[in-house]
Design a protein. Sequence first.
Length: 152
Amino acid sequence: MEEENKNQEETKQEEINQEQNRGQEVEENEGIQISNDVIAVIAGVAVSEVQGVSSMAGSFAGGISEVLSGKKNLAKGIKVENNNSIVKIDVNIIVEYGTRIPDVAFEIQNRVKTSVETMTGLTVEEVNVHIQGVNTEVIKQEESEEEAKEEK
């Protein structure tokens, strides 16, 4: 009977310690709010480093503002949803022709999750990759090079 009471007391003490640790984690990021735009830029940089991504697929309005400002929008094609330090990210991309799409999507998910969690301390619950198109300009360039060789 004494052993049961002792075990129960130890269990209660462990629970109290865990609660205190959780409180410290919250206090660590308390008062710091990270904008969804900042998270989108971090994700955009991570996506741009993945081989096989031709470009980001953004909205028409975003494309116009990019042209007018002359600046590259690193958050183009990225939507961030942040609920109490749990983040969901949607990435819209155009892949290069000839790349294996599942491999590209998997690499994007890994890099975005790692980058955002490391830099912000937030928890990334989802990274959804939406393939909006395939860039076939590579094929056109190869065909024009072959035609130029044949003419010589």
